[in-house]
Design a protein around this ligand. Structure first.
Ligand code: SF4
Length: 243
């Protein structure tokens, strides 16, 4: 079972991929203001211990971090040092966060970061070619030990070849979910896969999204089936493990 850790919740939209952000969708149902980022009750989760003194999250787990916000959100700058410290302390866990604010990374790193903590994977999210060209050069230049490119929600074709260096450990793509989801074209997915195969970079199709165009037909896919349908496509490349 993957572990999710959301030390803060809420975010500000910054680009086209944020338009139908699921955090906003969820908060709307509870009349919460998604723009007001706030620390959550789970803030200290990685260092919480059970009565017997052992950490509640056992060694070896992958911890998906900050999935109801952006890890590099400006409003979280005061809270992040404590989070870096927890990541450092729990070097027996692997933390993975995604961001649309990769240009902020250098300004918020802890003093001992060096070329990156060995146990932290950073995902740079790019939803279209414009964002790929803005964010990926910064991403490749940043001090990070483990990098993945996240093409989601995929809103158009992506030309990633200039960025597919061996420093990229995986490219993961997926369509948009939700009632207002924009259509994802399967040809875009296959093209990115082809680019990854050409560069010998692992590729993962992690979800179809709610609207998928394939072979000239438009498919509506239920939320519950979106991950399974992507897996069923059987087009992942060189992925050696799955959570
Ligand atoms: S950066 Fe992510 S969490 Fe923040 S508004 Fe955009 S999609 Fe939502």
């Amino acid at each position: 079972m993957p572990v999710y850790w959301n030390p803060w919740h809420g975010c500000r939209k910054i680009s086209e991929g944020c338009r139908h952000c699921y955090v906003y969708r969820q908060d709307e149902q509870h009349a919460l203001d998604s723009t007001q980022a706030r620390k959550t009750a789970a803030f200290g989760l990685p260092v919480r211990r059970s009565r017997d003194g052992r950490f509640k999250i056992p060694a070896g787990e992958r911890v998906y971090t900050c999935f109801t916000s952006d890890f590099l959100l400006e409003e979280a700058d005061a809270w992040r040092p404590e989070v870096w410290a927890m990541m450092r302390l729990r070097h027996d866990l692997t933390f993975m966060f995604f961001t649309k604010r990769i240009e902020r990374l250098r300004t918020v790193l802890p003093p001992d970061w060096g070329e990156g903590y060995e146990n932290v994977i950073v995902g740079c999210t790019v939803e279209n070619q414009e964002q790929a060209e803005q964010r990926l050069p910064v991403f490749l230049d940043a001090p990070i030990r483990h990098r993945v490119i996240v093409g989601a929600p995929l809103l158009g074709p992506l030309e990633l070849a200039p960025y597919l260096s061996p420093a990229i450990e995986e490219v993961s793509v997926g369509g948009e979910s939700g009632p207002e989801a924009r259509t994802c074209d399967y040809d875009w997915v296959l093209s990115i896969r082809q680019q990854c195969v050409g560069a010998d970079i692992p590729f993962r199709y992690h979800q179809t999204g709610a609207r998928l165009r394939k072979d000239g037909r438009l498919y509506r896919i239920r939320r519950a089936d979106q991950h399974a349908q992507a897996r069923k496509a059987g087009i992942d490349y060189k992925i050696t493990h799955r959570e």
